[in-house]
Design a protein around this ligand. Sequence first.
Ligand code: NAD
Length: 415
Amino acid sequence: MDMNNSRKMITIPYIIGDGIGPDIWKAAQIVLNTAIEKAYHGKSQVQWLEVLAGEKAFQKVGKYLPDETLETLRKYKVGIKGPLTTPVGGGFQSLNVILRKELDLYACQRPVHWFKGLPSPLINPQGLDVVLLRENTEDVYSGIEFGANSSKNLLLLKILKNKFPSKFQCLRFTKEVGIDLKPISKEGSQRLVRAAVKWAIENKRNKVTLIHKGNIMKYTEGAFLQWGYQLIEEEFPDYAYTQQQWQQTKNAYGENNANREKDMALQSGKILINDMIADVAFEQAISQPTSFDVIAATNLNGDYLSDAFAALAGGVGISPGGNINYETGMALFEANHGSAVSLANQNKANPSSLILSGSMMFRFLSLTEAANLIIRGIKATIRRGEVTFDLYSQITGNTLLGTQEFAEAVSASID
Ligand code: NAD
């Protein structure tokens, strides 16, 4: 951050992304620059610094993720990125996963908020306002993979057979079997749960739901839950109802009534902490999504769930995200969706996800006024029915805009 005669210049590295990345980045930049200008009238300015990753990096320097990219992101701490393509079933490891691991961005924060005018499969989407914090560095995304018939895979099978015969017998088929490991640690679980509860307290939310599949994967998903509750009891005794306290309250007041839960938590000035098995969470995401508030989830469950929630409020084209380490202050904000290659270079893709990720980033950088202006601009544009094709196809009576024209409309709505 450069300070000069009370002017503030903030350098923010960006990765343009693959597929629709260049289309949506060009559009997002218009809105982000307008918001900064309108909020600070030249007193705070942003200097965008391109860093390479993905196909563009490969074409320019022969590497998908050059070391300089990581160094620059580490230097400036906060960045923004478009989507990066990952080959399925082979090729290189996901660059997104590598970035999150290399920079230790352990919490993926994904807010899902319904704006008036957005399509939704819900009859009553008003009040949908969920913030999902997903653990971002562990679980089956750790990259500890042993492809079927590879020498390491065969060695692992041999060790299992000789050293842990009862576990070997758990394998339904012992030949041509791909194996991924699913590590979930106490430290990894607790820092994610800590971040979720702190965020809930700071943002005056009512409830944090720990989502897990601990009934089946007891030592990973089940441990996530136990360690989560343990941390809450130790670190937030004055702020949170724990499971045990909650059970007592529930016994006194009656069973699962989402609104009453919220009321009681509010009245007591505490955050309600409850937990839910992942499959039930998916069912409730559809049947009573407004009963969720803040969610803390393991990596794979959180990945699936965040897209499921996004579908309730306009889809992945409009749901933003940030990968954050709350201790180091490192953060990389990104569009939630992928590179949607079939839409690339057609001025069709919805840039809202990246624009709203920019708003999250500005909020993180305490550029709060600019962050708020972006939300206002997006809301006003959608309320007028000016939308890109993904939303246009779902609601009649709207006006169809291209990627660029949508960004210009949002920009013009910022005042
Ligand atoms: P995708 O998100 O690219 O596409 C899924 C669907 O959503 C498609 O129908 C697509 O047309 C639509 N869509 C996505 N973004 C849109 C937008 N902005 N506007 C309008 N419609 C949009 O998912 P995919 O096809 O499974 O993945 C493509 C590639 O992206 C894969 O290589 C995948 O690994 C990668 N990916 C990257 C990220 C990331 O960079 N964080 C996230 C998810 C997927």
